[in-house]
Design a protein around this ligand. Sequence first.
Ligand SMILES: NC(=O)c1ccc[n+]([C@@H]2O[C@H](COP(=O)([O-])OP(=O)(O)OC[C@H]3O[C@@H](n4cnc5c(N)ncnc54)[C@H](O)[C@@H]3O)[C@@H](O)[C@H]2O)c1
Length: 239
Amino acid sequence: MPRGVVVVTGAASGIGRATAVAFHRQGAVVVAMDVNSAGLDDLCSELEDPTRCVTAVADMAAGPDIVSAFSQVERMGGCEVLVNAAGIGLSLPLVDHADEDWDRVLNINTRGSFLCLREAARQMTVRRRGAIVNVASVVGLYPSPIPEIAYDTSKGAVIQMTRSAARELAPQGVRVNGVAPGPVPTNLYGTPPEQPEVPMPLGHGTVGDVVDAILFLASGKARWITGQTLVVDGGWLLR
Ligand SMILES: NC(=O)c1ccc[n+]([C@@H]2O[C@H](COP(=O)([O-])OP(=O)(O)OC[C@H]3O[C@@H](n4cnc5c(N)ncnc54)[C@H](O)[C@@H]3O)[C@@H](O)[C@H]2O)c1
């Protein structure tokens, strides 16, 4: 169980929310970050011990929000685990992407993840301890069957950011890994169709399948693993 604070972004919904609940069940103090303040309140009200859940309303596209949320984390004893799960999707033909579409997706999914990673690293390197898990996607490794060039690019960048940060931070005791989920039912993805456009050799997965991988990578059991993005996709990429 982490001794310091576990920060989860995107904690109001889906993978982030389930990750926050799972760390809370392990006894951790969780800082739940999201732009959706009602969703964060709802999360805390459902936890067994709401005193171990602090909410931080922050827009991943707004640097000052992120810096201020991490100042709060520092006052609570410092970040030991960061899970970067906040993200948005956008399906649109390449030629229809407006400049603003590209900027918005990259700002939230990639720049926002970087800013959280940077703030967490500033706290972790001082203590020479910490684990960061970035939520990427299989479409950061292999193009999606639906048109979503900004989203795919944002996730590919997260995978390379994970490697780059891992290499730089390893000597300072900080591990950086990622997960690349295949489609799982959430607000972002919706409900996977019964007959998916890409075959799922192991059948449909759940948010819990992704959370298990995140917990593993953040835990001491992964103490000799860094720079990796673990594909959790039921075989989606095997074609
Ligand atoms: N569900 C899938 O099939 C799937 C597959 C691969 C990767 N992912 C990734 O998993 C992560 C979690 O997504 P999810 O599927 O749980 O979706 P979700 O929509 O259920 O959760 C995303 C959360 O991010 C928050 N968020 C969005 N924009 C934000 C912003 N500007 N600032 C702060 N918070 C913001 C939302 O409020 C929401 O709570 C995302 O990074 C997504 O790209 C999801």
